[in-house]
Design a protein around this ligand. Sequence first.
Ligand code: APR
Length: 235
Amino acid sequence: MRRFERIVVLTGAGISAESGVDTFRDKDGIWSKIDYRDVATPQGFERNPGLVHDFYNQRRRGMAGVEPNAAHFALAELEREFHAHFLLVTQNIDDLHERAGSRQLIHMHGELAKALCMNCGSRHEWRDDLSTSVPCPACHHTGLMRPDVVWFGEFPYQMDEIEAALGTCDLFVSIGTSGNVYPAAGFVEEARSAGAYTVELNLEPSGGRNLFAEAIHGRATEIVPAFAKQLLGSG
Ligand code: APR
């Protein structure tokens, strides 16, 4: 494998699947059980904030019982050992990457363990349940606390930094995402037009498979450590 200088990695729900976190679009995935328009849109929150809070409260409680897996740890080691620029962009709102040791990390869809006040804009670490009766710790306004998660129709976080990294990377690796949701699904084309080599690591060919120069299919806990080892070996 050739030597790379600037790596951008994108992850999706598939990297957390073997930790026991449900994916969205696999068989029995999250969106097969609840309509995303009811729990992952601003309109859904407006219509029924209690339903939205229950949805995220359940997922937040569920995080207590899950651990990072070998794929998360392999990416953290790659970041530590890699000799040059490394950025991990995740679509996931779980905290498994940081718990595995990743630091150069952007949560483009926000974080389950954070709450946002829609009155004053303050953000807070949040591991408990949220509800419309929870006052904002900063402005003390009640009823406008929401999960700090990017919903459909909202703009993902830190896109300027992500676009800048995609425009200068020489390797783009997509892991565990179905390539259904933009702008993340378009990152491979941005990286490719910047001259990067592009690789998809996924359980099965994603919707965007043909956009990648190379694809490695299998379980993340097997293919990600092997890929990281190969990269470090060539480093
Ligand atoms: N190892 C590797 N890949 C896996 C594994 C596994 N063990 N299990 C599942 N996958 C793959 C599936 O084949 C699928 O292509 O992970 C992908 C998960 O796809 P989605 O469920 O669509 O999740 P994701 O791509 O992260 O969704 C993107 O959509 O609903 C929004 O905001 C939400 O961030 C999410 C975004």
